[in-house]
Ligand binder design. Sequence first.
Ligand code: PRX
Length: 635
Amino acid sequence: MSNYHIKHLEEYFQVYRKSIREPENFWAEIAEEHFLWRKKWDKVLEWDFTKPAIKWFQGAQLNITENCIDRHLGTRANKTAILFEPNNPEEPAQHITYKQLSERVNQFANVLKEQGVKKGDRVCIYVPMIPELAIATLACARIGAIHSVVFAGFSSAALSSRINDSDCKLVITSDGSFRGKKSIDLKGIVDEALEDCAGVKTVLVVKRINSDIHMKEGRDQWLQPLLDKASKECIAETMEAEDPLFILYTSGSTGKPKGMVHTTAGYMVYSAYTFKNAFQYQENDVYWCTADIGWITGHSYIVYGPLANGATTVLFEGVPSYPDFGRFWEIVQKHKVTQFYTAPTAIRALAKHGTELVDQYDLSTLKVLGSVGEPINEEAWHWYNDTIGKKKSPIIDTWWQTETGGIMITPIPYVTPTKPTYATLPFIGVQPALMDENGQELKGNQVEGRLCIKFPWPSMARTIWGNHKRYKETYFSAYENMYFTGDGALRDEVGYYRITGRVDDVIIVSGHNLGTAPIEDAINEHPAVAESAIVGFPHDIKGSALYGYVTLKDIGESRDHNNLRKEINQLITDRIGPIAKLDKIQFSEGLPKTRSGKIMRRILRKIASNEMDNLGDISTLLNPEVVQNIIENKL
Ligand code: PRX
């Protein structure tokens, strides 16, 4: 018997040891007993971090949708698979059973086939949080098409660059989306994006907001009439273990976004196994993750992980503040939610509104509270623990990344004693290492360094779409034979991990990864701008917010600075999306640089964070005089 469900701490340590000593046996047992394979693997693992090349379950054949849907039809056909809670609380929730999900995924898959989509083709999905988003991703997986979901809050420029990078031929979208009081013209954004995407031949449009949109002749089609004609049966494509399942873009510290490629078998096994244990999922639970499916959290822990376990997964269209800041708790009460998974930024925003809105609702069904996406500060941790969890639902502070595919460091609730702000212990099979700046591993406890992973785990990304060299350089070149995460971490006296934050030029704002380079590129497009540098600074709700230092060309000097600020933020909104807007923009005469001309962000970061007395040695700068000037004009 494999250890699919860990129930106490001793068992965790025992299973962990086994997963490290005999990783191949361990994962083979989990894979064999809990998943449906068309053909078993010939080899469990082959890996080489120097290339890097990682292959799990080679030779195996499967289809992930048979694991997430078909195999439940015998025992769970009438169980709710997806519980859709619309933006408007007056609109009834939808309970989509496993049987209905099966039919709807198959119909959608048949429509895609009819449109000429084949195994290996890339399909871009730009759909708000409605059931069709999950159904579209599963429909792609059904026929072996590689889905690339783009968060429906990204701008047209961000969308077109993602479509072109992975050469998508078909785009799935909706006429629009509801977000709180607003409705957003998604189709208009798609139309604009596609002006730069010659490769897209077909756009399938889901009707959601009933707006009057333009349908381009020969390219755009309403989805529903096509679904109505499609068969509810669709034989799943046979996939090799290492066939790509999806591409998901994440920001890099430099250059354009990286299309992380996740493959089929390892991703399935790991997302399902982590879901079962990190949430201590039981058959009749109602699980809710508030993330968007456009992020990895939604891929792994709204869609694939829960469905592979036959769970009921809540899909919420709206925002935490509509119609008021009690909405999350109203939903927990209404659907008797047992596991609730959200981001620290949401917790902080809700905590600001006190306990009154919480106390109106019955939260007694909650058993596990999850946090993800950024470090959770002590205050937010306690509010979550006391006010929401009533000190009886453990908080799992789950550390992981788009690249890791699944949760890597987390307490197992009711198993691992929690500690505020600590992600605690590595998940089964995960071998973390802390490295110092000279490339030496820091052994023992009470150390702080850069977080790496020493050994492959099944759901790690295999490459960056179209750019394996960048994959190697970004993740496998900083330290020999290690996957480098880009995060700093410390290990306390008992071996618990605390993530201290990014050590590169990625800034996490409201749980969203933002690379500084693409934002600076957007700013630099402004004709009045000579140069810019973005840094993060602490923010009560967002965790970090963005501070931009901008130097202007001569022509800009006479311009109104407030107008310029608006124009710069508009450019960022157009190029990336509103999530990347700057909170503060300071115009300065110059930016501090090293003698080789590199902008010293470290100094700018300290100034933005009000740590002026701790700037370090600035005398070696090319232009130390600008520092004083920047400090004097700080916003
Ligand atoms: O810096 C870490 C932070 O989010 C980064 C990964 O972002 P992304 O790929 O968008 O995935 C987010 C959802 C998995 C990490 O490198 N991060 C994520 N979870 C935590 C965290 N930082 C601290 N504590 C966490 N629990």
